[in-house]
Design a protein around this ligand. Structure first.
Ligand code: 13P
Length: 249
């Protein structure tokens, strides 16, 4: 069984005044290889201070996207190397908000994931269908093509994480039901073992979309769910820690 990963995604939220929430999470997560791995992916402006404040704890810090290039004339962008330098160890790539707001395609996402690997970060590669795609019966087709296009050639099973985030469940309070989650996670697992063989069984597949302390235990109990990618409920230490504690049981 892959080690459970409980990851938060703060999106475009958080000022220095909110660092106290991060410190609170850090104080509650022991530095140990036992139990779930815990991660907060933060706006770039907070990464350095957050990483410094959780030294000695088990809480890891990540970025929310990165550019594919190491450096250069790309105003406003941030490289995987910069995130690593600031103290990140993971980075989310291909989040549906990036795909929608910044027209990031599968091949862009694959290049970003490859950049993360180059810098020594673990990419969390996101896939997920829209409501229109689900209603059209295209879920498995969409997920299969996103998986094929978004995982870079240089990825290995041990160096990536996949997150399934149905777009219609993000920030809506409308969580996917356990049958829907099991179906897509099962498909993703099969695609991973097709690609990586036996090692594909070790890749963590996170669920994301309106996960909260009230539904986390049920979702984490679904077959092939190896953790969560949590948006709104990761902003408050009490909520995020409540999810972590359910994963730790
Ligand atoms: P919510 O938990 O706010 O629905 O966001 C999920 C998400 O997009 C995490 O990346």
């Amino acid at each position: 069984m892959p080690r459970t990963l409980i990851a938060g995604n703060w999106k475009m939220n958080g000022l220095r005044a909110n660092l106290a929430e991060i410190e609170q999470v850090g104080a509650a997560v022991p530095a140990s290889d036992l139990g779930p791995e815990v991660l907060l992916c933060l706006p770039a402006t907070l990464i350095q201070a957050a990483a410094a404040s959780v030294v000695g704890s088990g809480l890891k810090i990540g970025g929310e996207t990165c550019h594919s290039k190491e450096k250069g004339a790309h105003t406003g962008d941030i490289s995987a190397e910069m995130l690593k330098d600031a103290g990140a160890s993971f980075v989310i790539v291909g989040h549906s908000e990036r795909r929608a707001d910044h027209a990031e395609t599968d091949s862009v996402v694959a290049a970003q994931a490859s950049a993360a690997l180059r810098a020594g970060l673990t990419p969390i590669i996101c896939v997920g269908e829209t409501l229109a795609e689900r209603d059209a019966g295209e879920v498995l087709k969409i997920i299969s093509s996103q998986m094929a296009g978004s995982i870079p050639q240089d990825a290995e099973a041990s160096t990536i994480v996949i997150a399934y985030e149905p777009v219609w469940a993000i920030g809506t309070g409308r969580v996917a039901n356990t049958d829907q989650i099991a179906e897509v996670h099962g498909l993703i697992r099969n695609l991973l073992t097709d690609r990586f063989g036996e090692a594909g069984k070790g890749v963590r597949i996170l669920y994301g979309g309106s996960m909260n302390p009230g539904n986390a235990a049920e979702i984490l109990g679904v077959a092939e769910v190896n953790g969560g990618l949590i948006g709104g409920a990761s902003l408050k230490a009490a909520d995020f820690l409540a999810i972590y504690r359910q994963a730790a049981q």
